[in-house]
Design a protein around this ligand. Structure first.
Ligand code: NAD
Length: 477
């Protein structure tokens, strides 16, 4: 079995304690590789490497055109490993090969995008008085630690790392223990791009041990966390203890409102990607549909037909539509949620159970007649389970959609763009998708309202979280 290692200061490092984390293929449950488990020693090494590289000012003082060129080189080298890395990502995460290769290419796009912005970050002059020349400078924080989840192992690295690098920070990534292997292929691209040692370090270890030690480390100046609300709160406490900033991108319970004039094919296309794509393990999954009672039966019938048509199988098979969930634990959790919905009075219009085959497959599930107070309508399921709720008038639809502690994604399906924009103004969420789930890309700001977090990643807005403003006043008198 291949042993993968941590990437620290430009070198491949084993665990001093010789411990490893075994990684399986969710489609079969078979072990596909193992990675050296980073402990305190390796975290210390990674933090010291990042600190040394930051203090050397190799990135901070790099002429910005040169930094931009280096970022474009990282993008090019990442594209070169997209096939190899995508295959490993497909096996360790379970998603389709196409989606996995796309994740590598998305990382490359993010580096290209921020390469174009790194030399356009400008301070300003402030007219204090005729005797003072006052200006601002945008500066990085220093050592930035990024903790990422398993559902988009590469895209989540690319999203935060590209911003962190563009703004001159030195970064340590802690990958998720369920999907750490493909990031080592990305590290190969960093070596090929000749990124100076220590600027980017990638380690893997368990969250409550390695992750918590990393974010609490005295030499870490800035934290980026993408994951669950529960872990996010712990990380915010750790950052509060040190009074350092944290970027937090957390979970969701997103609802799409379907008005009577909606094109139901738009809703079906959105369900295909929004709740059945990546087996529903998406932070902005379209996990609730709030449907006008006049069209609900018709839509539920079509959703059932869609569910029946989905080919269930491993992501590596070309014609697979619905891939496995990440682990046996996750499968039990998702199946438990579906069961609880049925026990609380929802009707399983389709699915509701695990699939009887090897691996961790859940049936595409459509729960009809879901009520707002049911657990399935309130908690993030993170699996291919769609809850359908009914409304009578528009105000009620908005109330149901907003009746959640989360505020990540939301959507509206209608041909009436005036109504769409009225609805968008009422929805309490960082993203509003009109007639198509997932309309954004690397250029569109992404983040949550309420407990889904408060930071923004991607787009020009994303850069703000990685910089601090220094004000300089020069007395001219
Ligand atoms: P998780 O919170 O369990 O783990 C995320 C990461 O945090 C992992 O790397 C884990 O090892 C680490 N971790 C766990 N405990 C830690 C601790 N005490 N200190 C430091 N690190 C710790 O989440 P998950 O199950 O891996 O991911 C799924 C969640 O992520 C879902 O809630 C999903 O909605 C969310 N998510 C959000 C976004 C977004 O952009 N808002 C994107 C992807 C996923």
């Amino acid at each position: 079995m291949q042993l993968y290692k941590n990437f620290i200061d430009g070198k491949w490092i084993e665990s001093e304690k010789k411990e490893t984390i075994k990684v399986d293929d969710p489609a079969t449950g078979k072990i596909i590789g193992e990675i050296a488990s980073a402990k305190k020693t390796e975290v210390d090494l990674a933090v010291q490497a990042a600190k040394k590289s930051f203090q050397s000012r190799v990135l901070v003082d790099m002429p910005l055109m040169v930094r931009a060129k280096l970022m474009r080189r990282i993008a090019d080298e990442t594209r070169k490993v997209a096939k190899e890395g995508g295959e490993l990502l497909c096996y360790e995460n379970g998603k389709t090969l196409g989606a996995a290769v796309k994740e590598f290419n998305d990382v490359a796009d993010m580096f290209d995008y921020y390469a174009g912005l790194t030399d356009k970050l400008e301070g300003k002059t402030i007219p204090v008085s005729k005797n003072v020349f006052d200006y601002t400078v945008l500066e990085p924080f220093g050592v930035s630690a990024h903790v990422v989840p398993w559902n988009y192992p590469l895209a989540m690295i690319g999203r935060s790392l590209s911003c962190s690098f563009a703004t001159g920070n030195s970064t340590i990534i802690k990958t998720a223990e369920l999907t750490p292997l493909s990031a080592t292929i990305f590290a190969k691209a960093l070596i090929n791009a000749e990124v100076p040692n220590g600027l980017i370090n990638i380690i893997c270890g368990y969250g409550n041990e390695t992750g918590s030690y990393l974010v609490s480390h005295e030499d870490v100046n800035h934290v980026v966390f993408t994951g669950s609300v529960a872990t996010g709160k712990k990380i915010l406490h750790a950052c509060a203890d040190k009074a350092i900033p944290a970027v937090v991108e957390l979970g969701g319970k997103s609802a799409g409102i379907v008005y009577p004039d909606a094109d139901l094919n738009d809703v079906l296309d959105s369900a295909r990607s929004g709740i059945f794509g990546v087996a529903g393990q998406i932070c902005t999954a379209m996990s609730r549909l709030v449907v006008h009672k006049s069209i609900k039966d018709e839509l539920v019938d079509k959703l059932v037909d869609l569910s029946k048509s989905l080919k269930i199988g491993p992501g590596i098979d070309k014609d697979t539509d619905l891939t496995p969930v990440i682990s046996e634990n996750q499968l039990q959790k998702v199946e438990g949620y579906a069961r609880s919905g049925i026990q609380e009075g929802a009707e399983a219009a389709h699915g509701g159970k695990r699939v009887d085959r090897e691996g961790y497959f859940m049936e595409p599930t459509v729960l009809n007649n879901v009520k707002q107070d049911m657990t399935v309508a309130r908690e993030e399921i993170f699996g291919p389970v769609l809850s359908v709720l009914e409304y009578n008038d528009e105000e009620e639809a908005i109330k149901i959609a907003n009746d959640t502690d989360y505020g990540l994604g939301s959507g509206v399906f209608t041909k009436d763009l005036k109504k769409a924009s009225w609805t968008a103004s009422k929805l309490e969420a960082g993203q509003v998708y009109v007639n198509k789930w997932f309309t954004g890309n690397h250029a569109t700001p992404f983040g949550g309202y309420k407990q889904s977090g408060y930071s923004r990643e991607k787009g020009v807005d994303g850069l703000k979280s990685y910089l601090q403003v220094k004000n300089v006043g020069i007395s001219l008198s």
